[in-house]
Design a protein around this ligand. Structure first.
Ligand SMILES: [Zn+2]
Length: 343
């Protein structure tokens, strides 16, 4: 009995000298003294070994000890809580934090959004379509005859399971699908990813991004096409930009043209980007071939239309002077960080 009383006295001194300055110490204290396997509980168990005539005295000592141990715990807990997070976590909230690195939009996304915004102001809406396409929507409907070189396995990815399926080589399949709906007029732009079987280099890649446009209505003329594209390049590159159209050939437009703008890097005096000509080609365009209209069930005597298509990588290259196509898909943050804050 005397030994137990002495033991309780020792515990009291231990409690008084225990430091309770943070949550870890407080928790260790709680487990040692107040937990379900703690000392208070085990001392309670000693009661049965105490002679009957001293049970009351022992009970009193034990209860005092319990109140003392609990009181110490409660006061320490309140003190830590009122001191706030600093003492509880052992951290100093006045230290500067770790800076959050702001992400940036990918340059191709920036340019694609800009292209879309410009054409939306002219009343074009955005249309979408499948990247895995059948031969008819990707080639035949666009007046590419059976032996056209673009159908070559060397240029196009065909789906092994079904040779009629392929990865679209342009977003023109979306134009076909929109025209087939038969709701005229059609005034759409088709942004999207396209695929070509190319060896990856600074100037070629097996996938890239296009934005194509299509306007079909009564009395649409080449003059409408030129005015639309003039507006686009001035909005995209600034009002000083000069434009020229060169006659060209595409199976799906007639007449067809390539559009060049004055080189934005050298201003026309000649540099690597423009191959020292002062001009850079930015897109192909033309009046939609009557046969393409007929393929989609549109009366080519009543309706005419124009179409154009540009590579987003190309516009980005001119706008930001990016000289290697591979940079766009390498995910090198040293490249991508340069577009932080760009709009
Ligand atoms: Zn140049």
């Amino acid at each position: 009995m005397e030994a137990i009383l002495q033991q309780i006295n020792d515990y009291r001194q231990e409690i008084e000298s225990t430091e309770l300055d943070n949550t870890q110490q407080l928790e260790a204290y709680r487990i040692r003294f107040l937990g379900t396997k703690g000392l208070v509980k085990s001392l309670m168990g000693e009661m049965r070994n105490v002679p009957n005539e001293r049970k009351k005295e022992f009970g009193q000592v034990l209860n005092d000890f319990k109140v003392f141990a609990e009181g110490r715990f409660e006061s320490a807990r309140e003190r830590l809580e009122s001191n706030g997070a600093a003492e509880i976590t052992g951290q100093d909230p006045t230290l500067p934090g770790d800076a959050l690195q702001a992400g940036s939009r990918h340059p191709l996304s920036l340019v694609r959004q800009r292209i879309i915004a410009i054409f939306q102001r002219l009343g074009f809406s955005v249309a979408d379509g499948p990247e895995i396409e059948d031969d008819w929507h990707n080639f035949t409907a666009l007046n590419l005859h059976e032996n056209h070189p673009a159908r070559d396995m060397q240029d196009t990815f065909y789906i092994h399971q079904n040779p009629d399926w392929l990865l679209r080589t342009h977003t023109s399949n979306v134009q076909i699908r929109e025209m087939q709906k038969g709701q005229l007029p059609v005034r759409i732009i088709c942004p999207g990813r396209v695929y070509r079987n190319e060896t990856i280099s600074a100037r070629a890649h097996c996938f890239f991004h296009q934005v194509e446009g299509l306007y079909i209505d009564e009395h649409v003329s080449f003059a409408d096409l030129k005015q639309t594209l003039y507006f686009f390049v001035k909005e995209m590159f600034g009002s000083d930009i000069k434009v020229r159209f060169r006659p060209s050939y595409f199976p799906f437009t007639e007449p067809s043209a390539e559009m060049d703008v004055t080189c934005t890097i050298c201003g026309g005096s000649g540099c690597n980007l423009c191959k020292h000509t002062g001009w850079v080609e930015i897109m192909g365009c033309g009046m939609v071939h009557p046969k393409v209209l007929e393929n989609c069930g549109i009366d080519s005597n009543k309706y005419t239309g124009y179409a154009f298509g540009m590579g987003v990588e190309r516009i980005t290259q001119i706008r930001y002077n990016v000289n290697d196509l591979r940079l766009y898909s390498q995910n090198d943050v040293r490249f991508l960080r340069q577009f932080t804050g760009a709009v």
